[in-house]
Design a protein around this ligand. Sequence first.
Ligand SMILES: Cc1ncc(COP(=O)(O)O)c(C=O)c1O
Length: 381
Amino acid sequence: MKWDVSFETRCQGMDLSIQDQYHAISFPIYQTATFSRSYLGEESGFDYTRQSNPTRSQLESVVASLENGKECIAFTSGMAAVTAVMGLFEPGDHIIVDEDLYGGSVRLFNDVCKRYGLEFTYCNCSTGEVEACIRDNTKAVYLETPTNPMMHVTDIEELSKLTKDRGVLLIVDNTFLSPFFQNPLDLGADIVIHSGTKYIGGHHDTIGGLVILNDTDVAGKIRLILTTTGAGLSPFDSWLMLRGVRTLAVRMERAEKNARAIAEYLVNSPHVTKVLYPGLPDHPGYEIMKKQARGFGSMISFEAESKEFAVKVLNNVDLFYFAESLGGTETLITYPLTQTHAAVPEDVRERLGINERLLRLSVGIEGAEDLIGEIDRVFAL
Ligand SMILES: Cc1ncc(COP(=O)(O)O)c(C=O)c1O
C-alpha cells in the first residue's frame, strides 16, 4: 500500500480504512489463534493466525509503504526472514553473497542452506567482483550496504543493471539504514530484508524480520513458506513493531546526528587507528551513499590502538551497553570478533579486518555530549 503522504506520516500507520468499533488510535492487538465464521463460505480475510493476523497485516502494510514495496511479509526474526527467502531456491542453485555480512546469515548459508544443495560464492560486491562470479546456475546476489561491520558500500543501481540483465534476483538486507535512509527497491533491488529487531522496532525489546518486494508471485511463494513453517510474527510483537516504527523518522535523524559527532571525535583520537563510517567524506563509499541514500546512518566501526585498549573500553563502559544487536534508542558497543561475527570463518574475518581491535557502535538517541563524555572518560582510563 502506498499512502500519498510523507514518510513521517506513513510511520504513524494511518490506514483510515481500518477502524475498530471503539475508534482506537493504537492499532488493536488481535491476540487470537483463530477466527470464526457465521456461515459456510463467509470470508473475513483471516482464518488462523499462523497464516495471517490483522495486527501483523497492519505492520506489513506500514512497512511495505515505507519501503515503497507492494508486499511485505513479517517474520518472527530477521533470520526467519532470510531463511524464508532462501526457500525460493532449489538444490543446485547458486547464490553470490557479499563476504562482509551479519555472521548469523553466513552461518545460515554455510551450515544450513548448503546441506539443502544451495551453492554460495562469497565476494566483495562493493568493488565490482560480482560479474566474474556469475555462473549459469546463479539465481541471486545477496548483500548488505553498508556492510556489517566493515561498512563497505555497494552501488545498488549499478549492480541491479547487471543482475536484471542476467535474470538474477538482487536481495538487499537494508537493516543498517532502515527505510528512512534507503529504499533498495527504488534502486533496482528485487527483495529487501530487514531485521525488524533493529531500527524498525527500535527499542531493543522485540525480535522480528521483514521481507519487502514488488513481485506478487514471489511474495506468494514467501507467504506460503511463512504459513507452512509457522514463522509469522506474533500479534503482540507485530504491535510492538508498529509502535516502534511510529518514531522511526525522529529516531533515525537523532541517532545519525549523534553518530556524526562521535565519528568526528574518533577520527581525532590518538587511540583510534581507523574509523569506518560512511558519512566521513574520505570513506570510499561516501559519494555512492550521497547518491543512493538520504543519510549515513548511525553505525560506526572503529579500530582501537591495541587489543588491550579495545578490551578496556568494553569492560568499562557505563552509559553504553556492551551488547550485541543495534538500532535501538540506547547506544550499544559490540565486539564483532566474538559476538556478531563469531560464525564467520577465521580466514574471512582476517581478510576483512574483523580483528581483536575492532569495535562496533550502534549509536542511540541520548545526548551527544553525554556519549562523547563517556568515550572521553573510558579512553582516558
Ligand atoms: C544486518 C543484519 N541482518 C539480519 C540480522 C538477523 O536478524 P535477527 O537477529 O532479527 O534474527 C541481523 C542481526 O543482528 C543483522 O545485523
